[in-house]
Design a protein around this ligand. Structure first.
Ligand SMILES: [Zn+2]
Ligand SMILES: [Zn+2]
Ligand SMILES: [Zn+2]
Length: 517
C-alpha cells in the first residue's frame, strides 16, 4: 500500500459529488494485464464541495493530487483561476465539460490540466483518472532508491537489452513510455527522470530518437494537421478548375464562366476564344466557400484533439524523446551492487574522508583571487594526476580503494587548516594553498611525491603521479580561468579544451560530491 492520494471534487450540487464519489471508489488499483509488471494500489481520500457562494473557504490551504471540476458554468477553468492559491495546491485538474469550445477559453496549465468531454462512460472516466493519477504519482513521489535502480540495470544486463527504447503511445499523457522500465519498476514511476539520473551517473548515454510536437496550451501530443483557407482560415474550401481572364484580370470558377457552349467572363462579359492568349487555367487552385477567396496557397493548422486549440504548426512545442544505452559502468555498478560505483569521491566518502565539493573549492579560490588583487596575498595551487588509476581500477575494487586512499593521504598530509583539497575530476586532485607563494607550493608537491612513494605497497613505476604547482596571477580573471591554467599545467603542450568541459560538469557532480558533514 502506498501513501493515500487526495482528490477534490468540485460539483454543481451534492448529487454530482455523490455520483463521482461512487464512480471513483476508495482506491486506485493499477494491475498490469497478464502479469506484465507489478500492481500498484493507492488508497484514495475523496473530498467534495459544491461550488456556490464562498465554496473555496476551508480547502484553499490543502494539497490535492487531483481535482475534478464538474460545474456547468460558462467557464469552469475561469472559476478555478479566480482562486490562484487553491489552484496552486492542485497537482492536476480534470475538467468535465459539455462545451469544450467555450470552456477552453479559460486556460489550462500545460502538462497538468486536462479536459474530459461529456457525455462519456464511467469506464472512460475511470481510465482517465487512472492515467492522470499515475502521471501525478510518478512526478510527485520521492526518487526511486538506489537498490531499485540497480534492479533495473541488472535486469537489463541479464536480459541482454543494453538499450532502452521509447515506445510511442496513444493513451499515455507524455505520448511515449519505456516499457522496459515499467516492467521492472511498475507503472507509477517517472521513467524519464529515472533514466536521466542514470545518465548523470555515467550508467547510460542517451541519443535523440524522436522529435514530437505538442499542443502549446495543454501539452497533449495528439495533434491533427490540416489545410485551411489562406485568407480566412476556414476549412470549407473546394478544389476547382479556375479561369483567369487576362484582359480584365478576373478569376473565377469554370462553372461561372460557362454559358452554354461558350466561356463568357462574368465580370466584363467578353467571350473568351483562345487559351493561352485570352485566358489561362491555373492548376491546383481552390475556392473558399466562406470568403470566396481563390488561391493555390493554403495555410496549415495544427488542432489539438484534447483541448481543441488551433494553432500554426510553428507555435506547437517540440518535445525530444531519447533512447538510452548502458555503458560499461553499468556492469561495474551491478557487479559492485553500488549505484554510485567506483569513483574517487565514493571511495573517499565511504572511508569517512571529509570531502569538499568542487563548487566550494571554486568559491574559496575566487575569494583568494580577490584577496590577491586587493592585498597582493599570494595563492597557489598544486594539481595531482594519477596516471595509473585506470589500471588499478581494472585490477579490482579492493586495490582501487587502497590506492585512492593512499593517494588522498599523500596529497593531504601536512596541509594547514585553510588549505582546501578537492577531487577536480576522476584521477585528478586539486589543492588550494592560501597565502602561499610558488616556492611553498613546490615544497608541498615534493612532500606528496615522498609520502606516496613511501607507502607500503608502492609500485616500481616512478612516473605514476604528475604533479604541477601553479601560482595565481592578477591577470587571472576568475577562479575558472586559473583552474584552466592549472589543469593545463598537468599536460603541457596538449589541448585544454576538454578541461573547460570539466568545469561545465560541476553542476552534475555537485549532487554526489557535496561536502561531508
Ligand atoms: Zn476563406
Ligand atoms: Zn473579363
Ligand atoms: Zn491542447
Amino acid at each position: 500500500m502506498s501513501e493515500p492520494c487526495r482528490i477534490l471534487l468540485i460539483c454543481d450540487d451534492d448529487l454530482g459529488c455523490l455520483e463521482l464519489r461512487e464512480t471513483i471508489g476508495t482506491e486506485l488499483r493499477v494491475v498490469p494485464v497478464l502479469g506484465h509488471g507489478d500492481a500498484t494500489v493507492v488508497p484514495l481520500e475523496v473530498e467534495g464541495v459544491v461550488a456556490s457562494g464562498t465554496w473555496e473557504i476551508g480547502i484553499t490551504d490543502r494539497q490535492y493530487q487531483l481535482c475534478i471540476v464538474a460545474i456547468t458554468g460558462a467557464s469552469p477553468m475561469g472559476e478555478l483561476a479566480r482562486h490562484p492559491a487553491l489552484r496552486g495546491n492542485l497537482s492536476a485538474v480534470l475538467y468535465l465539460v459539455q462545451d469544450i469550445e467555450a470552456a477552453a477559453a479559460g486556460g489550462l496549465r500545460p502538462g497538468r490540466d486536462r479536459v474530459f468531454e461529456l457525455p462519456r462512460s464511467r469506464a472512460a472516466l475511470l481510465a482517465e483518472i487512472e492515467r492522470t493519477l499515475l502521471h501525478v504519482l510518478a512526478r510527485n513521489r520521492p526518487p526511486i532508491d538506489d537498490q531499485r535502480c540497480l534492479d533495473l540495470v541488472g535486469a537489463l544486463i541479464e536480459s541482454g537489452q543494453r538499450s532502452v527504447r521509447p515506445q510511442l503511445t496513444v493513451d499515455d499523457i507524455d505520448g511515449w513510455r519505456y516499457p522496459q522500465v515499467a516492467r521492472t519498476l511498475g507503472m507509477a514511476v517517472d521513467q524519464g527522470a529515472l533514466l536521466e539520473r542514470l545518465v548523470q551517473q555515467g550508467i547510460c548515454t542517451r541519443t535523440i530518437v524522436e522529435r514530437l510536437r505538442a499542443c502549446p496550451s495543454c501539452a497533449c501530443h495528439q495533434l491533427s494537421y490540416g489545410e485551411s483557407c489562406a485568407r480566412c482560415g476556414s476549412v470549407d474550401f473546394a478544389r476547382e478548375t479556375i479561369i483567369h481572364h487576362f484582359a480584365c484580370a478576373h478569376m473565377d470558377t469554370l462553372g461561372n464562366f460557362t454559358q452554354g457552349q461558350d466561356l463568357v467572363c462574368p465580370k466584363c462579359r467578353v467571350t473568351l476564344r483562345q487559351i493561352g492568349r485570352d485566358y489561362e487555367k491555373p492548376t491546383g487552385c481552390y475556392v473558399c466557400r466562406s470568403c470566396a477567396f481563390i488561391s493555390s496557397e493554403t495555410r496549415v493548422q495544427a488542432r489539438c484533439h484534447s483541448c481543441k486549440a488551433q494553432v500554426e504548426p510553428e507555435r506547437t512545442v517540440e518535445r525530444l524523446v531519447y533512447a538510452y544505452d548502458l555503458t560499461p559502468r553499468a556492469d561495474e555498478v551491478v557487479a559492485a551492487q553500488d549505484l554510485v560505483g567506483w569513483d574517487m569521491a565514493n571511495v573517499l566518502r565511504k572511508a569517512g574522508t571529509g570531502l569538499y565539493a568542487k563548487s566550494f573549492f571554486l568559491y574559496s579560490l575566487q575569494r583568494e583571487l580577490e584577496r590577491l588583487k586587493r592585498y597582493t596575498t599570494p595563492v597557489s595551487l598544486v594539481m595531482v594526476r594519477a596516471t595509473r588509476l585506470e589500471d588499478v581500477r581494472s585490477s579490482g575494487l579492493e586495490s582501487y580503494m587502497h590506492y585512492v586512499q593512499d593517494l588522498w593521504k599523500a596529497a593531504t598530509t601536512g596541509l594547514r587548516t585553510l588549505d582546501v583539497p578537492c577531487i577536480w575530476e576522476e584521477g585528478t586532485l586539486a589543492l588550494m594553498l592560501p597565502a602561499t607563494p610558488l616556492a611553498g607550493a613546490e615544497v608541498v608537491a615534493q612532500r606528496i611525491t615522498a609520502v606516496f612513494q613511501a607507502r607500503s605497497d608502492a609500485g616500481q613505476i616512478a612516473e605514476e603521479l604528475i604533479i604541477a604547482a601553479v601560482v595565481a596571477r592578477a591577470e587571472h580573471a576568475d577562479a575558472q580561468a586559473l583552474m584552466h591554467d592549472a589543469v593545463g599545467a598537468l599536460s603541457p603542450g596538449s589541448t585544454t579544451a576538454s578541461d573547460l568541459l570539466v568545469l561545465a560538469d560541476d553542476e552534475i557532480s555537485n549532487g554526489r560530491r557535496a561536502p561531508q558533514a
